[in-house]
Write a protein that binds this ligand. Structure first.
Ligand SMILES: *Cc1c(COP(=O)(O)O)cnc(C)c1O
Length: 356
């Protein structure tokens, strides 16, 4: 059966990339070995590693003022690594959802952390902006969660500040054009928009990594990985290899600008249908709607459950909303084809007809 996987992560990968990895899986380019078997110090792996870093720099137009690091532990480990490396005095956090709160709770273990804005008053249906945000001038950094995977929101404008912005881009990296120079640090787990779980991307301004806290473990120090070009210890080789293939796929497509057009087209299709439907609703303030995670519900829990069950039977996989929120969520990351979104909308139309 043909399925479309709307999972929030791990999530769908480009078919072409999966086929290429399959072709080379047992015997990578005549080496007689799989990438999963070869030494991370071998020439064949080194080429993969170097190409992956170079392509990511090209796609995001990353200048030499930044380090690109491949680390492990997922985005959640960055919730501690960020303060362990960047926090000396105090830091500000903007709370826009569950992952933002988790990052905040973890950072509090390592020093003085303040909430400088929150959208919890309206159940995270918007992003604080302008005067709603109060960043201390002497904060070491301000932490934001750029796309809120559970609540279906995203930043349209970055906070106006001279304090370095640290952004969790786990669920929107490479989905839209960004200016890396506006950030002190960007991190993202790979399993949403890049690769299978395993590698975590960190892009960090070089001047920010030289004074980690004394308790910072060696493996969490950015400078450890920067010095070793992310080969201090065994990296997640296969995940990095898959990331390299996905970066090539994006590059061939025309880069992030082209990807963004496709993503906006897909999101608009779905939101337009929801806004015109009598059954389905999306409660997010319109301008902050995520183009990666589209949440919706019928307002009736039993009907939501029926939708999820019947959608699953029709090959629409992992459409159930996050347990905190209920309802439905369609994660339409880079690799979700337009065809998948159209298939979902057709099914929603049919369901609405049959259940009105
Ligand atoms: C998924 C996600 C995380 C958690 O990522 P892990 O790699 O599983 O630790 C953190 N932040 C955001 C925004 C996410 O979407």
């Amino acid at each position: 059966m043909k399925v479309f996987n709307f999972s929030a992560g791990p999530s769908t990968l480009p078919k072409e990339v999966l086929l290429e990895a399959q072709k080379d899986f047992v015997d990578y380019k005549g080496t007689g070995m799989s990438v999963t078997e070869m030494s991370h110090r071998s020439k064949a792996y080194d080429e993969i590693h170097i190409e992956a870093i170079a392509l990511l720099k090209k796609l995001l137009n990353i200048s030499d003022e930044y380090e690109v690091l491949f680390v492990q532990g997922g985005a959640s480990t960055q919730f501690s690594a960020v303060p362990l490396n960047l926090l000396h005095n105090k830091a500000d956090y903007i709370l826009t959802g569950n992952f933002a709160k988790k990052a905040y709770e973890e950072a509090k273990r390592f020093g003085e952390i303040n909430v400088c804005a929150s959208s919890e008053d309206k159940n995270f249906t918007y992003i604080p902006e302008g005067k709603e945000i109060n960043i201390s001038k002497d904060a070491d950094y301000v932490h934001i969660t750029q796309n809120n995977t559970v609540f279906g929101t995203r930043y349209i404008n970055l906070p106006q500040t001279d304090v370095p912005i640290v952004s969790d881009m786990s669920s929107n990296i490479l989905s839209e054009v960004i200016d890396v120079n506006k950030f002190g640090l960007i991190y993202a787990g790979a399993q949403k928009n890049i690769a299978p779980a395993g590698v975590t991307i960190v892009i960090v301004r070089k001047d920010l990594i030289n004074q980690p806290q004394t308790i910072c473990p060696t493996m969490l120090m950015y400078k450890t990985h920067a010095k070793a070009n992310s080969l201090y210890n065994t990296p997640p080789c296969f995940s990095i290899y898959m990331a390299m293939l996905v970066f090539r796929w994006l590059d061939k497509l025309g880069g992030i600008k082209e990807m963004q057009k496709i993503n906006e087209y897909k999101a608009n299709l779905l939101y337009d249908y929801i806004d015109n439907s009598k059954m389905f609703k999306n409660n997010v303030e319109k301008k902050f709607r995520s183009i990666m995670n589209v949440i919706f519900n019928t307002g009736d829990q039993d009907l939501d459950a029926k939708f999820v069950k019947e959608a699953t039977e029709h090959g629409i996989i992992s459409i159930k909303g996050y347990k905190l929120l209920g309802g439905m969520r369609a994660s339409i990351y880079n690799a979700m084809p337009v065809e998948g979104v159209e298939y979902l909308i057709d099914f929603m139309k049919k369901f609405e007809m049959e259940n009105k």
